[in-house]
Ligand binder design. Structure first.
Ligand code: CUA
Length: 357
């Protein structure tokens, strides 16, 4: 009966430990609130493992605390402890039970991983382009945006690639996280369950502007999404159409449309992440990684070019002229390909300050 009393005491201590750890697990919000089906499953997996851990932890704490109290040596007791050999039953128990629990966690994780990779019937395909230090998205029909807009309750399959180094796609409330690699297409599935605004965060250290590499995310109703997408498609179709009709449209942009051009330039400056590295006072950016862009006339003169040509060359071929005090190969060399002609022209005008051109 002594053993039974000891066991009850151990279990009592274990129960106290279980209550305290459960409170720590429940009262502190460790994970962001879920906004996707995938995050729901990930949260379930965390709780499944956590509950097992609380059980094991509490039993171990019960045995330790009981032993420390019950078998405490007297201050004048210098004798050796009793020689104890193995306990076969105990050893089998502490091998088999954890093995079963670890296998159970493995099975749950495998099921969740495979479910989370399944986009279901009729997913929306969105291409993701990452580059230092910006995200871009391409929707069916070739619509490219800087904001990620998703319909609620529909699987979205992202196919992602990087223009330069390794980045990583992560929206905390969606749970899913996936590296974005140059030369490789990786994919990830997200099925949003709540409308609202979120932030896409790059979660792989990718260079000096890593901390600024974020993009806004908006989850809206399917109907609202459809009209958003067709509006975007119409807008990009208009742009293309304008370019083909030639003279008249070009004339309109140079005379009346200076404001539109400047707005596009400002947008491209922001979405391409220029401000992460460069100071340009009119944008409020104060990046210190690359040269300041406020007064480029002296540098352009030194390079023997007009400011516009100098800016264009520095965007498309950044190593052509490296300002003294700065390193080559820091600025991405991919903007010539990743920006459309209109975007590049607008950006050049915007940075050169040649609105009147
Ligand atoms: Cu891209 Cu960090």
């Amino acid at each position: 009966m002594v053993r039974r009393a000891a066991l009850l005491k151990m279990l009592a201590i274990a129960a106290v430990a279980a209550v305290i750890t459960t409170l720590v697990a429940v009262l502190i919000r460790w994970l962001p609130p879920s906004a996707s089906e995938q995050m729901d499953r990930i949260t379930f997996t965390y709780w499944f493992a956590t509950i097992i851990c609380i059980g094991i932890f509490s039993l171990v704490i019960g045995a330790i605390v009981y032993s420390v109290i019950a078998f405490r040596a007297q201050p004048d007791d210098d004798t050796d402890g009793p020689p104890i050999h193995g306990n076969t039953r105990l050893e089998i128990a502490w091998t088999v039970v954890p093995a079963i629990l670890v296998i159970a966690i493995g099975i749950v994780s495998a099921v969740v991983l495979s479910k989370n990779a399944d986009a279901g019937r009729n997913p929306l395909h969105v291409k993701v382009f990452a580059q230092q230090f910006a995200w871009r998205f391409e929707y069916p029909g070739g619509v490219r945006t800087d904001e990620l807009v998703m319909p609620v309750h529909r699987g979205v399959k992202f196919e992602m690639t990087s223009a330069d180094v390794i980045h990583s796609f992560w929206v905390p409330q969606f749970g899913q996280k996936q590296d974005v690699l140059p030369g490789v297409t990786t994919s990830i599935v997200v099925t949003p369950t709540k409308t609202g605004r979120y932030t896409l965060i790059c979660t792989e250290l990718c260079g000096l502007g890593h901390a600024t590499m974020r993009a806004p995310v908006r989850v809206i109703q399917q109907a609202a999404f459809n009209s958003w997408l067709s509006k975007q498609q119409a807008a990009s179709g208009e742009q293309g159409g304008g370019a083909t009709t030639g003279g008249t449209t070009t004339g309109a942009t140079t005379t009346g449309g200076g404001g539109a051009n400047e707005a596009l330039g400002s947008k491209v400056f922001a979405s391409s992440g220029c401000g992460a590295c460069h100071t340009l006072t009119k944008t409020g950016s104060d990046g210190q990684v690359g040269p300041k862009l406020d007064d480029l006339a002296p540098a352009a003169q030194k390079a023997g070019k007009s400011v516009g040509d100098y800016v264009r060359q520095s965007i498309v071929d950044p190593n052509a002229v490296v300002v003294s005090g700065y390193q080559p190969n820091v600025m991405p060399q991919t903007f010539g390909q990743s920006l459309s002609k209109d975007e590049l022209n607008a950006l050049v005008d915007y940075v050169s300050g040649e609105e009147a051109q």
